[in-house]
Design a protein around this ligand. Structure first.
Ligand code: CP
Ligand code: NVA
Length: 304
């Protein structure tokens, strides 16, 4: 079978993305154990901390009949300087796929190029493509559709923003990013998403005005202001990002039935107010649960 990686959202085609979401819904409706991936061993390497991704993947792998081997980089010779290429070649002899959370996107592409097994991006500094599968599943569940909806993302133009831009454009959504100047998503990602949106009926906008981004939004999404690896910038960012907090005023600018989303972990009082994340419009717990179902659907699509 042809090796298929999932390093960025657009590794799936547009019709295929819709199929993954349909399958995720089926897997959610019937969570009985399956044996589609029986006999396969799937590795997971984490070079950054994780609660949701690590646990949802491990549980999902087991529920599909496969075996999960979970490792932190510190436990591998990788943490002592063995090259990514050598690690990839060796792991390809044992495992049938590998799920990796790391820093630079190039570490994933190097691993994928040197090895012969599928590589899944479990978050890099550039994208978080598994997260947005759960996000789209959640939005579809709540709103009944994706195309034509407005998704406002407020905060840092980071990995999650990049994946939302790409996935939202593929789904025909109107993605509006509101971020402080200098913290915009990478221009290349914005332009690529815009090109995709032109073919799906969606739109992509980036503004420094948070209320303009949130205006009439069906979905208001945020993420931490300082991502993993940027901890030393946290305090400096607090002041700068303050106007981009998702709070009651922002939700007021959105549609009355708008939902509030956050990939988690959240910092109440920073990027999102407690009344919003713990309030009626919040769907963050469903979002977190859907990581399990959507990643099972992804693994079946890549490996079964
Ligand atoms: N949203 C997300 O990826 O959470 P974790 O860092 O806990 O995996
Ligand atoms: N942007 C965040 C997402 C955490 C799931 C980070 O990279 O730390």
């Amino acid at each position: 079978m042809e090796k298929r990686d999932y390093l960025t959202v657009d590794a799936l085609g547009i019709p295929e993305l819709a199929k993954v979401l349909d399958l995720a819904d089926e897997l959610k409706a019937d969570r009985r154990p399956r044996d589609d991936l029986a006999g396969l061993s799937i590795g997971m390497i984490f070079e950054k901390p994780s609660t949701r991704t690590r646990i949802s993947f491990e549980v999902g792998i087991v529920e599909l009949g496969a075996h999960a081997v979970v490792l932190s980089a510190g436990e591998l010779q990788l943490g002592r300087g063995e090259t990514i290429e050598d690690t990839a070649r060796v792991l390809s002899g044992y495992l049938h796929a590998i799920v990796v959370r790391t820093f630079a996107q190039s570490r994933l592409s190097t691993l994928a190029a040197a090895g012969s097994i599928p590589v899944v991006n479990a978050l890099s500094d550039f994208e978080h493509p598994c997260q947005v599968l759960a996000d789209l599943q959640t939005i579809r569940e709540r709103k009944g559709r994706l195309a034509g909806l407005k998704l406002a993302y407020l905060g840092d133009g980071n990995n999650v923003a990049h994946s939302l831009l790409r996935a939202g454009a593929m789904a025909g959504m109107h993605v509006a990013v509101g971020c402080p100047p200098g913290y915009d998503p990478i221009q290349q990602v914005v332009e690529a998403a815009r090109a995709v949106a032109a073919g799906t009926g969606g739109t992509v906008t980036v503004t420094a005005d948070p209320l303009a981004a949130a205006k009439d939004a069906d979905v208001v999404y945020t993420d931490v202001w300082a991502s993993m690896g940027q901890e030393d910038e946290h305090d400096a960012r607090l002041l700068l990002f303050r106007p981009f907090q998702v709070n009651a005023q922002v939700m007021e600018a959105a549609r009355p039935d708008a939902i509030a989303m956050h990939c988690l972990p959240a910092h109440r009082g920073e990027e999102i107010s407690a009344d919003v994340i713990d309030g009626r419009s919040s769907v963050v717990w469903t979002q977190a649960e859907n990581r399990l179902h959507s990643q099972k659907a992804l693994l079946l699509t890549l490996l079964a």
